[in-house]
Ligand binder design. Structure first.
Ligand code: PGA
Length: 253
């Protein structure tokens, strides 16, 4: 799975140009899902263009408000709304959202995941350590705590857990131009898979989520990263904005 995370970028015009270009440039024989996550206000526009091109780009949202259904929430976007505008995927727990919203706890994220799954949306669940945790050798502690949000999905039917993909995004690598080294990525991805299998017990359910890497992926490093053991795809921010760069990365993956 290769995901373009546009963050707070773009216009109707640039969304149109990107979809036109990527539709024409990505290799149609590549079976990797290609997910486009524009800002929420462009989802509907993007869906119409994707339908027009009748191609394999899938639509994802960068945001969901899974909580507070019983209370009014000005500016909120629910799972139902995302489904209604044609989103198939949703990114949950991105470090920039965690940071923006202050210390969000796991219960909050678990609820987002549950609401999304209840509308049959597919989840890209982000985890990642900050620089301090890495320096203190607390990366696994930090990742384990974040992954526990998925261990709390009691009300979710087991089969729906198959719709969850995890994205490992070390915070210090996001937008910094400093991607994690191959060895580090491999060790961390191995830990994440093991934690989900053994600690969350998903291997007993025969569920093995894909784990993507994100954080300063670009045209120069994408091949090495995607070929790393236990890396099942990429979540790309800055380098996804340019349609030609993104298409090249997708075709190399
Ligand atoms: P980046 O962002 O590729 O610009 O580092 C990745 C992300 O935040 O998803």
């Amino acid at each position: 799975m290769i995901v373009a995370n546009w963050k707070m970028n773009g216009t109707r015009q640039s969304v149109t140009e990107w979809i036109d270009s990527v539709s024409g440039n990505i290799d149609i024989d590549n079976i990797n899902p290609c997910i486009f996550c524009p800002p929420a206000c462009y989802l509907e526009h993007a869906r119409k263009l994707i339908e027009k091109h009748n191609n394999r780009i899938k639509l994802g949202s960068q945001i969901i408000n899974g909580t507070n259904y019983d209370k009014p929430l000005t500016g909120g976007i629910s799972a139902k709304m995302l489904k209604d505008v044609g989103a198939e995927y949703v990114i949950i727990g991105h470090s920039e959202q965690r940071d923006f919203l202050g210390k969000i706890n796991n219960n909050f994220l678990t609820e987002d995941v549950e609401k999304a799954l209840s509308e049959n949306l597919k989840i890209i669940f982000c985890v990642g350590e900050d620089f301090q945790s890495k320096e203190n050798s607390e990366t696994y502690l930090c990742l384990g705590e974040q992954l526990d949000a998925l261990g709390q999905l009691h009300s979710t039917h087991e089969n729906k857990l198959r719709s969850i993909t995890v994205a490992y995004e070390p915070i210090w690598a996001i937008g910094s131009g400093l991607n994690a080294e191959k060895d580090y990525i491999e060790e961390t991805h191995e830990f994440i898979k093991k934690y989900i299998n053994d600690h969350l017990g998903w291997s007993q359910l025969d569920i093995y989520p894909a784990v993507l890497y994100g954080g300063s992926v670009n045209l120069d490093n994408c091949e090495e990263i995607i070929s790393s053991t236990d890396v099942d795809g990429l979540l790309i921010g800055g380098a996804s904005l340019n349609s030609e760069t993104f298409s090249k990365i997708y075709n190399l993956s």
